[in-house]
Design a protein around this ligand. Structure first.
Ligand SMILES: [Zn+2]
Length: 265
């Protein structure tokens, strides 16, 4: 009970907006950085693994020098409750366009889906998966994690992370899982198949919020992270199907440095 009281520090919404504004500035600076001709190869193990990302390519400097890197371990009892706006998702059915890009399996989304956070609207660009999860809750990984990558028109990005635990079969993933490309290759649009990405989300969209980065090179900072508090489930068979393509495509958790994690009530 004491613990609970301590974590309920009232935080004015203005402070949250200030946090958001500072992360937005970082993203704008990244967006205007000079483009690199060809990015260096990276992986999840050995000489090109996460410990080496920061030195593989000048463009990956944030992986080594950044102070707001993702993913992180979320200590749920230490997250500060804030009266933050709800995430409001706009649903739309889009063609299933899927690719195994050598690092993950990614579904690229035609225009239509978006998420609204306060006065800001972000369009869903793609979603992809990591196994095991990249974010941990109180030190524990989930079986998988889905990242829904959203962008505003000016390039600012927000990622919604959804933890996936082993449990009941999740029929919402059937259309995607029936077309998982087992090996890297070109993107494919599956004829006659449409998906509604919002159908993959848990009913409760309460979240943990913090200021972080891309979790893959170039590990660009200035990304707003919303990790949903409620996990979804998948059967062991569904988890195994993804792991046939990828297991261990998760960057280890990064230092918090001076960051705080907010949470919705
Ligand atoms: Zn990701």
């Amino acid at each position: 009970m004491l613990h609970e009281t301590r974590s309920r520090i009232p935080l004015p919404f203005a402070a949250l907006l200030l946090l958001v504004a500072s992360s937005a500035c970082a993203a704008r600076q990244e967006a205007t950085a000079k483009p690199e001709p060809a990015a260096a190869h990276w992986s999840y193990s050995g000489d090109t693994g996460p410990d080496h990302w920061g030195t593989l390519d000048e463009a990956y400097f944030a992986a080594a020098k950044g102070v707001a890197q993702s993913p992180i371990d979320i200590v749920t009892g230490a997250a500060i409750e804030a009266q933050a706006p709800a995430l409001v998702f706009t649903a739309a059915s889009v063609p299933l366009t899927i690719v195994n890009n050598g690092h993950t399996i990614e579904v690229d989304c035609a225009a239509g889906n978006s998420v609204q956070f306060g006065s800001q609207t972000y369009a869903l660009k793609q979603f992809h998966f990591h196994s095991p999860s990249e974010h941990t809750l109180d030190g524990r990984n989930a079986a998988l994690e889905m990242h829904m990558v959203h962008k505003m028109a000016d390039g600012h990005a927000a990622v919604v992370g959804v933890l996936i635990q082993e449990g009941a079969t999740n029929a919402a993933f059937d259309a995607i899982w029936q077309h998982l490309p087992a090996t890297p290759g070109p993107e494919v649009t599956v004829p006659g198949v449409t998906i509604d990405p919002t159908s993959l989300l848990p009913a409760d969209r309460g979240y943990y919020f913090y200021d972080g980065s891309l979790t893959t090179p170039p590990c660009t900072e200035g990304i707003r992270w919303f990790v949903l508090k409620t996990p979804i489930q998948m059967s062991s068979g569904q988890i195994a199907a993804f792991r046939k393509a990828y297991y261990g495509n998760n960057r280890p958790v990064q230092p918090h440095h001076a960051r705080i994690v907010l949470r919705t009530p």
